[in-house]
Design a protein around this ligand. Structure first.
Ligand code: HEC
Length: 489
């Protein structure tokens, strides 16, 4: 008679014989870890669990999401309201993403507090920092894929930071946005980053990081007075954990990892079900300047520092601070890779850590309160050159005001003052006929946003009337051949 159990064993033997699973997984299960490494050591595997959940939910989302500027927003609404359980997958992806950053920060803090980066684990730390940067980049690019108001302004702020780099700034912005403005190409670019480039980099780096963890072992919880000496540390460590200060990874330590990760999955899944998906909150629209956009929580501190920095040192700090911070993070194990590990014997490290956490938390809280006004009013309070409003009709004057408060000046100079993303408009009437002006204001195009639904008919005729006056006295406005389209003189 057929014995199912025996069949199963035979199949698994057949597979194992070919894949040699036992010889690769076996040593991982039986490798020895410090006995006292208990619940503080579960954050790394919890981060990995979140990553796996992100792959699972991310692939599901990618089956419905359309990475095109015209359809991304609608596809998210489709997920939220039409696709069965689409909202829940979106919520899971959002919550596991945030949980991943949070677990990674816990892992990082544990490693810093225990000084686990000291010899021989310097490279384990370096690859961990690469992971940290990649995961933050995932959080940022993910926020962009939401393609809503916050995404749009987040990108705008990112681009304006990149644009400050001397000499190559404009090229960097072009590279980042896939063109001179935030548009369809930008979304494709961030989609490729979020879905292919970053996850593959993360997976590869996790492989190396975990391999190093297995090769060098995990650090034992520090005891004050015990010193790391690179000359003898490896031998001492082997001696400690092979005796009664060590245990095999299977079953107890791995069970601890599994219990914590399992609990985390349950909590996050519940939170996602209760709180639902994030956004999307409002179709991105460069012509709505009356918004107060907010980045996701992890970038809130950047947002507040930008708002609070005095303009004089802004550019300098924006350009140097990220580089200094990243280099400092990489440099940690090289500044001190031996000696005391217990936090009570490392006062400088302890104070630095407390300082960094305090600054980060305070800036984040300030970001949510935003006691400043982040509204975009760059040039709207600069006056219009007086010769452009002298002796004008009421309609033309109304147009000058509309031009001002619809933020046209953010991109267009008048009298040498204003943004420079579009051409200066001082003599625009010599280049464009009235119908062309109407078309341009309504449709935008060539990198100018479409103002159609954002200008009422009255505002439109006013702003066009104003623009039509912008020509030198001795040079009349451009005319179309079709006289019926020209305004009556
Ligand atoms: C986000 C930046 C931006 C804003 C805001 C903006 N424009 Fe433009 N505008 C441009 C760009 C870029 C061009 C050049 C388009 C091209 O390459 O064809 C342009 C072109 C124009 C032109 C044609 C200029 C020429 O020399 O061909 C007119 C007229 C114009 N804009 C009017 C307006 C008005 C009116 C507003 C406000 C309602 C406005 N723009 C707001 C970016 C902007």
């Amino acid at each position: 008679m057929l014995n199912p159990l025996r069949q199963l064993v035979q199949v698994s033997n057949w597979v194992n014989e070919r894949m040699q699973l036992q010889s690769s997984i076996g040593p991982i299960m039986s490798h020895r870890v410090p006995l006292r490494a208990r619940w503080f050591y579960v954050f790394g595997s919890a981060t990995l669990t979140c990553f796996l959940m992100q792959i699972l939910t991310g692939v599901m989302l990618a089956m419905v999401y359309v990475p095109s500027a015209g359809e991304a927003y609608q596809s998210l609404e489709h997920l939220n309201y039409v696709q069965p359980l689409g909202w829940y997958i979106r919520a899971l992806h959002n919550f596991f993403g945030n949980a991943m950053v949070f677990m990674l920060i816990c892992h990082l803090l544990q490693v810093v507090i225990f000084a686990a980066y000291k010899y021989p684990r310097e490279l384990t730390w370096v690859f961990g920092v690469v992971l940290f940067i990649c995961v933050l980049a995932m959080a940022f690019t993910g926020q962009v894929l939401r393609w809503d108001q916050d995404a749009y302004w987040g990108l705008g702020i990112g681009a304006s930071m990149a644009g400050r780099v001397p000499l190559i700034g404009p090229y960097l912005v072009h590279l980042m946005l896939g063109g001179p403005i935030i548009g369809g190409e930008t979304l494709s670019r961030f989609f490729a980053l979020h879905v292919f480039i970053l996850p593959l980099t993360i997976a590869g780096t996790i492989f190396v990081h975990v391999m190093l963890v297995l090769k060098n072992g995990i650090s034992d919880p520090p005891i004050a007075g015990t010193i790391v000496n690179p000359k003898t540390e490896r031998e001492d460590y082997e001696k400690r954990i092979s005796g009664d200060e060590g245990t095999t990874f299977f079953p107890t330590p791995i069970a601890r990892d599994a219990i914590f990760s399992g609990g985390l999955v349950i909590v996050v899944a519940l939170l996602a079900a209760i709180l639902g998906p994030a956004g999307p909150n409002g179709i991105p629209d460069p012509t709505i300047i009356d918004t107060s956009p907010k980045p996701d929580i992890w970038f809130m501190s950047v947002f507040s520092s930008l708002a609070l920095l005095p303009p004089a040192i802004e550019t300098f700090l924006i350009l140097t601070a990220p580089i200094v911070l990243v280099l400092a993070l990489f440099a940690v194990p090289f500044m001190s890779n031996s000696g005391e590990r217990h936090i009570s014997k490392r006062p400088v490290a302890a104070l630095t850590l407390i300082f960094i956490i305090m600054v980060y938390v305070v800036l984040t809280v300030l970001g949510y309160q935003s006691p400043w006004s982040p509204k975009m009013q760059a040039w709207s309070s600069d006056e219009t050159p007086v010769q452009y409003i002298e002796g004008r009709t009421p309609l033309e004057l109304a147009g000058a005001v509309t031009f001002q408060y619809k933020q046209c000046r953010n991109c267009h100079e008048l009298g040498g003052i204003g943004g420079q993303r579009g051409p200066e408009l001082d003599t625009i009437a010599t280049r464009m006929t009235t119908p062309q002006l109407i078309r341009q204001a309504v449709q935008g195009g060539g990198n100018m946003p479409t103002y159609g639904h954002n200008l009422s008919a009255d505002e439109l005729s006013a702003v066009v009337a104003f623009l039509s006056t912008l020509h030198p006295i001795d040079e009349p406005q451009a005319q179309t051949a079709d006289k019926s389209l020209n305004p009556a003189d």
